[in-house]
Write a protein that binds this ligand. Sequence first.
Ligand code: FAD
Ligand code: MLT
Ligand code: ZN
Length: 507
Amino acid sequence: MFSSRAAARQLVRHIKRWQHSSNQPTLNSVTSDDIAHFAQFLPQNSILSTLSPIPVAPSELEQYNTDWMGKYRGSSTTVLRPHTTDQISKIMKWCNQRRIGVVPQGGNTGLVGGSVPTSNELILSLNNMSKVRSFDPVSGALVADAGCILEALTEYITPHNHIMPLDLGAKGSCQIGGNISTNAGGLRLLRYGSLHGSVLGLEVVLPDGTILDNLSTLRKDNTGYDLKQLFIGAEGTLGVVTGVSILTPAAPRAVNNMILALPTFENVLPLFKLARRHLSEILSAFELIDRTAYELAVKHGQGKGLSDEEIEGAQCFVLLETSGGKKEHDEEKLNILLETLLESDSPLINTGVLSQSPAQFSSLWKLREGVTEAVSKEGKAYKYDISIPLASFKEVVDATREQLRRKGLLHENAVKHVLGYGHVGDGNLHLNIVAAAYTPEIEAALEPFVYELVASYKGSISAEHGIGAMKTHAMHYSKSGVAIDLMKRIKHVFDPHGIMNPGKVLE
Ligand code: FAD
Ligand code: MLT
Ligand code: ZN
């Protein structure tokens, strides 16, 4: 008996999930014999297993089985942490023969449940693959193991006056292989483009153990199909990325940023147009934080922004960054923009603050990058990472809040906040719903509501975080049946036994 339509919908979702799991191939669990096999070529400290002769406690595997948000949890008995591509090749060959599911795991900062098992698959951690292989200071081509932490790579190339073409709040934990496997966007995409452009080559271990050595450092190479592109954003469903060749841009000589307080969201679009006109090629980021996101970031100690008087009457904030050749010249451009904005008859902003020191520069960035952490400290977040026309950002946040209000779920014990922030320059909104707990009622109120809303704008249900385990059932809102069918056929070519990250991306 169903007491409400929400409960009925919940059942449909459960049936869909059951159908989903029945579509997955039957896979075998890891046994103690498998562990004995791995011990022939892996050092003892590379095997963490409850099945080992010297077993680890299940609690030691908790950090690998649980995702960053604490929303998705697997029950793997075994984590392998190889040091070389050859070891990974041997692991994959064995798992393929034995039909054991494998979840490649980088920094485990993914936000769609892609990096942890759906059941008891083996976890293949890239943590020990962390060497830089080469760097060419002339071309800027960096070749590194996939397990290198993004921030460590930045530190490696800083003395050569180069920067990584991507930056994100998780830089201290996420790995370059994870970034590539999710096709992470982040805070620099506006300026340096997507990883589909900056990745020059990849080394990948295929599900049967074959090593595809495609670690080219060439800028141009039109010899046949560009296979590396298939692994960028594949979320570990086609192979294990073990090595990366990536083009790093020369570091800008000067960077500046400023925060602007806007009286209304309607001003964001005209402000973006004006900023692009005034700053042209030096504009390197244009990020939105709505009032709720701003207040949560400040509340949870994520950087310092504006004074209480300065934020009065502000509906949202824009963090703008320039990267150029000459500090004074760029500052002058920013000051002219600020004056133009403030002196207009109907100003687009209430106020704006240009950072005056490296500490203030970092503090403003921390405010924006820290929203994710602030949200997770505030409660349990339902995160929707969507591409929609910029003009509809606010409509979507408001409509979602209204939907939750209609369902009687907008109160302290259910949904505490509905907020929006994101990469305006890329048309990417992060719609977050912060709840006291993850509950079926809230999920039923949000889905398919949010996906249908996104589809009505012909948007994308995943702008930069991927599909993972969270959105496999929702892919059709953004992709045609023909496209999904083709993806399934590609998956079958690479992974006929379905051992790579089962239950992720495709149903
Ligand atoms: P994991 O989380 O370990 O894995 C993610 C996926 O990639 C999984 O499906 C996994 O199986 C697969 N994978 C990982 N490594 C490999 C490999 N070597 N070979 C094959 N498959 C692999 N994302 C953005 O796009 N933009 C942002 O601005 C952004 N900011 C973030 C801020 C915070 C605070 C947090 C917590 C997350 C943020 N994310 C962002 C999401 C996340 O950090 C990125 O998706 C990141 O690229 C994931 O890297 P990772 O090493 O942690 O991968
Ligand atoms: C961001 O832009 O801050 C990241 O994508 C993470 C998030 O969506 O919270
Ligand atoms: Zn983002």
